[in-house]
Write a protein that binds this ligand. Structure first.
Ligand code: O2Y
Ligand code: MN
Length: 582
């Protein structure tokens, strides 16, 4: 028996399925599974004209999103999970959750999904094996990863794989746990069949477990899109960007240049996760470990993201969107005219008051269907990064864009980035939730150590990417967005590229280097001068107010906070003319 067979056998002895199926990833296998899911109502076939080859899945109404409060890092020491993660001791986690797996697959099929994260044969890539009792998970993993025989071939009978045990259990939130054992490189997930909780290759492996592997092995697992930007001269740049969940990473990765800037071309390498490692040339190289997109559907429309619309026009699994009785999928933002007789995401007649599609409804689709994929998206060596962008959703305070002074300052900027809460989320408007590197829900270890790892990685590359911060969401006093966003964000990318090549003009401010008003190419864009001034303004008082908030955030990490971070905060305070010590 191989190590994989041994582990699967052990799992089957606990979960006691009626049968065990090793998935080969073939089309025939997928067709058989889809047939079974159509028969038992797990999937509904969509209109073959409007959505050829596509299906609708409705998840349990209590199981519609990742559940951060039920997600745990089970490191031996609480300190190693850090103050931003839920923690359980490994023995406690196993004692609590093992009974939920006991006989959980009785009478059901247990699917074994071998999969590769990263391009096949790439030095970046890693093997996982997910065991699940959900055929919906199998169908999604087939799209999101390189799944089946090719993964077993890469594993070659060895033990270098991340095991992930998943059962939908009884779908009760009371018995839902997503546990990560970073020292064992093991994942246990029970009680959810949805997205990040159940497709274990994505957030659980490619971010939480991979971030601990990356720390130990000298690379980085990050919550980042990767895009390719080609200038009219033919010069090509690769840029990675980290934004908190639902801040438009997929839209930026698939950006379409505005009409007046047709000489510029953006191509997609990835939309959510990037694995980075130092290359022999002293640059940082990146791959997208995923093979598909699991994107938020609402808000995806011909104006906001035409490439995504084309991508999902066929052979797509939709989860929790609305649908006409004839099987035409619909969601808020698809167009301005919801069809008559729409059924909402729960299959009930839509009364036109609430949302028709669930706000976290998703499409699962192969990257191969995306018209904007870069020819290098599966390059086994990855792509070399010119820049890394961080960003949050700030109605005020943060300017449209600024550049960090150097790598260490960039790490500080990334570690302190945040988004303002909306009334819907908390009842309090404008409270900043710090989300370092957009990794708050995804870092598998103490974030103080994670900042240290980032700082070390800066010394592991002689030509580190330039670091920028953007804020597409700045508003005026009446709450209107000041920047048009979407395709117009290209103008900001171009300033970054100019900075990298030493040409872009900038003014030094206490927070970093901000474009001079004439440095951005605004040709063809009707942006009032006063609006541009506000977009680029750095208000000292507002930034001074950030200092004690950042200090309080840093204090949570105690002795695990690298000194360089304190120095950066002191530097900011000094430049702002306020005092700060942590
Ligand atoms: O709610 C879920 O399970 C999906 S979360 C997700 C999916 C795709 C990409 N990013 C995210 C995220 O939360 O960052
Ligand atoms: Mn994400």
């Amino acid at each position: 028996m191989t190590p994989a067979e041994r582990w699967v056998d052990e799992v089957a002895r606990t979960t006691r399925p009626a049968r065990v199926v090793w998935c080969d990833g073939s089309l025939a296998e997928n067709e058989r599974l889809v047939g079974e899911m159509l028969a038992d109502g797990t999937l509904q076939k969509l209109d073959p004209q409007a959505a050829p080859g596509s299906y609708l899945h409705r998840s349990h109404p209590s199981d519609v999103a990742r559940t951060e409060h039920l997600t745990f890092i089970c490191s031996r020491e609480r300190e190693d999970a850090g103050p931003t993660n839920n923690w359980m001791a490994p023995a406690e986690g196993k004692a609590k959750v093992a009974p939920l797996f006991d006989g959980a697959m009785r009478g059901r099929t247990m699917y074994v999904i071998p999969y590769v994260m990263g391009p096949l044969g790439s030095p970046f890539s890693k093997v996982g094996i997910e065991v699940t009792d959900s055929p919906y998970v199998v169908a999604n993993m087939r799209i999101m990863t390189r799944m089946g025989q090719k993964a077993l071939d890469q594993l070659a009978g060895g033990s270098d794989f991340v095991p992930g045990l998943h059962s939908i259990g009884d779908l009760s939130p009371e018995r839902r746990y997503i546990l990560h054992f970073p020292e064992e490189r093991l994942i246990w997930s029970v009680g959810s069949g949805y997205g990040g909780n159940a497709l274990l290759g994505k957030k659980c492996f490619a971010l939480r477990i991979a971030s601990t592997m990356a720390r130990d092995q000298g690379w980085m697992a990050e919550h980042m899109l990767i895009l390719e930007l080609t200038l009219p001269s033919g010069e090509v740049h690769y840029v990675a960007a980290a934004f908190p969940s639902a801040c438009g990473k997929t839209n930026l990765a698939m950006l379409v240049a505005p009409l007046e800037m047709q000489g510029y071309k953006v191509r997609t390498v990835g939309d959510d996760i990037a694995w980075l490692r130092p290359g022999p040339d002293g640059r940082l190289w990146a791959v997208n470990p995923e093979a598909g997109f699991f994107g938020v559907v609402p808000g995806t429309g011909p104006e906001t993201n035409p490439n995504a619309i084309e991508t999902i026009s066929h052979d797509t699994i939709f989860t929790n969107v609305a649908v006409t009785p004839g099987g035409v999928p619909w969601w808020e933002g698809k167009d301005k005219h919801p069809p008559a007789d729409l059924l909402d995401w729960q299959g009930k007649p839509w009364d036109r008051t609430g949302k028709a599609a669930h706000p976290n409804s998703r499409f699962t689709v192969s990257a191969k269907q995306c018209p904007s994929m870069s020819s290098r998206w599966e390059d086994p060596q990855g792509v070399p990064l010119s820049a890394i962008i961080f960003g949050g959703r700030r109605g005020r305070v943060a300017p449209l864009v600024f550049q960090a002074f150097d790598w260490d300052h960039g790490v500080f900027v990334a570690a302190t980035m945040g988004s303002e809460t909306t009334a819907a989320a908390t009842g309090k408007v404008g409270v900043v939730r710090r989300d370092p590197m957009a990794m708050l829900p995804f870092c598998g270890y103490n974030m103080g150590d994670y900042f240290g790892h980032w700082l070390r990685m800066g010394t592991a590359v002689s030509k580190p990417p330039a670091i920028f911060h953007v804020n597409w969401f700045r508003q005026d006093a009446a709450g209107h967005f000041l920047w048009p966003g979407f395709g117009q964000n290209l103008r900001v990318l171009l300033w970054m590229v100019e900075r990298i090549s030493g040409k872009g003009k900038a003014v030094e401010t206490p927070i970093g280097l901000v474009p001079t008003p004439d440095a951005l190419n605004l040709e063809g864009l009707d942006l009032p001068k006063a609006t541009l001034e506000t977009l680029l303004s750095v208000n000292r008082e507002e930034w001074a107010d950030e200092v004690p908030e950042i200090r309080a955030f840093f204090e949570r990490f105690g002795a695990r906070l690298p000194e360089a971070m304190t120095r950066s905060l002191d530097g900011l305070a000094q430049r702002l003319g306020v005092t700060a010590s942590v």
